[in-house]
Each structure stands twice: as C-alpha cells, then as structure tokens.
Design a protein around this ligand. Structure first.
Ligand SMILES: O=P(O)(O)OC[C@H]1O[C@H](OP(=O)(O)OP(=O)(O)O)[C@H](O)[C@@H]1O
Ligand code: HPA
Length: 183
C-alpha cells in the first residue's frame, strides 16, 4: 500500500532519531573488525537477508578486506506491518550453502524469530558453520542471539538504514523510532 505524501511527512516529523549516520558508520567499522577476526581466513559465503539487510550489506562488504562470496536468503514475517507474524520463505539457497562457512547478515534482531529460522535452515542445509551479524539489536528478549551486533537500541519500532515502516523509509540516513501514534 502507498503512503500519501502528507502522511509520509507527518510520520517523519514525529519520529525520533536514535542513531545518526555517523553513529551507524562507526558501528559498521566495529562490525567489520569483529567479522574479520572471526571469518578473515574462512572464505565465507555471505547471505544478505532480503530485503532489510541490503543497506547494511552494501555498507559493510567494502569494509571486509578478505576473500568472500555474496548470495541472498529471503524469509520474512512483517510484510509492511509493525508486528511480526508467521515466517514466510521466498528464497532458500540450500544447494549453495552446503559445506560453506556462512555469514548471515541482517538489519535487525527484534524478537529473533527470523534469525532463528534462518540459522536452523542453514544448519539443515549442511553449512560448515553459521555466523550471524545484525546492524541493530533491540534491548529485549530474543529467540536467538546474534554473534556480532552493531548497535543496541530501545525496543521501539524503527526505520532507516534498510529498516522499513510500511515499506517506506528504508533510505532514511539514520535510525529513527516511529512515534507511538503511528505504530
Ligand atoms: O527478529 P524478528 O522479530 O524476527 O524481526 C527481524 C526481521 O524482521 C525484518 O524483516 P521483515 O520480515 O520485515 O522483512 P524485510 O526485511 O523485507 O523488511 C528484518 O529485516 C528482520 O529480518
Ligand atoms: O523495528 C523494526 N523496524 C523495521 N522492521 C522491523 N522488523 C522487525 N522489527 C523491525
């Protein structure tokens, strides 16, 4: 569904910036250092979790100065809503994963259900190892933990740097918490 320009502007004006682009770029530097230490000699297969992880993947990969390959995996459970539902699989690269040291890269760890399903699928599909990294982790309980976390934020609905609000705002140059009235 499309947002009309008035609603779009009103949502943006009510949102609160929780992390600036500078904060996030510094977090990406830290993530790159941690991932280099873990995977620098493993020739990993990086799996971008579509669609939200496109921005973190694009910003992080040029910081990883070692041999790697890029593919994608697509499981989602929000579909433009602010509450998650059943997980839906759209692309599971089972053949590509077999025997690989996999790095699953996602934008956010919220309830952790998406990452839990993806890690389980990678193990079922015969990955040699599975490492997980997320740009943002919400301060709440998660169904599974991420190995590498860029930035931790309060448990509010967020947009920006790949994260969407009603399929918009993935291009916002920071992390913004949506006002309660818009959730
Ligand atoms: O930890 P969870 O509560 O499971 O939520 C995290 C997941 O939710 C978002 O995906 P979404 O289903 O919204 O798809 P999208 O990437 O296309 O936005 C996000 O990109 C994570 O993959
Ligand atoms: O806070 C969020 N914002 C955008 N997408 C999400 N997917 C899970 N949590 C969020």
């Amino acid at each position: 569904m499309k947002l009309d320009p008035q609603t779009y502007a009103a949502v943006a004006s009510r949102a609160e910036c929780l992390a600036t682009a500078n904060d996030i770029e510094a977090a990406l530097d830290r993530m790159a250092a941690a991932l280099t230490a873990r995977l620098g000699d493993k020739d990993p297969l990086v799996l971008c979790v579509m669609t939200g992880a496109t921005v973190v993947t694009g910003r992080l990969l040029p910081r990883l100065d070692f041999q790697l390959r890029l593919d994608y995996i697509h499981a989602s459970r929000y579909q433009g809503a602010t509450r998650g539902g059943e997980i839906g699989w759209h692309h599971r690269p089972s053949e590509a994963i077999r025997g690989e040291h996999v790095l699953v890269l996602d934008d956010i760890l919220d309830e952790g259900i998406t990452l839990e399903h993806i890690v389980r699928a990678c193990r079922e599909d015969g990955a040699a190892s599975v490492t997980t990294a997320v740009l943002v982790e919400k301060e709440r309980e998660h169904a599974c933990a991420a190995d590498v976390v860029g930035i931790r934020v309060p448990d509010r609905y967020l947009y920006g740097y790949g994260l969407d609000y009603k399929n918009y705002f993935r291009n916002a140059p920071g992390l913004y918490a949506v006002a309660d009235v818009d959730c």
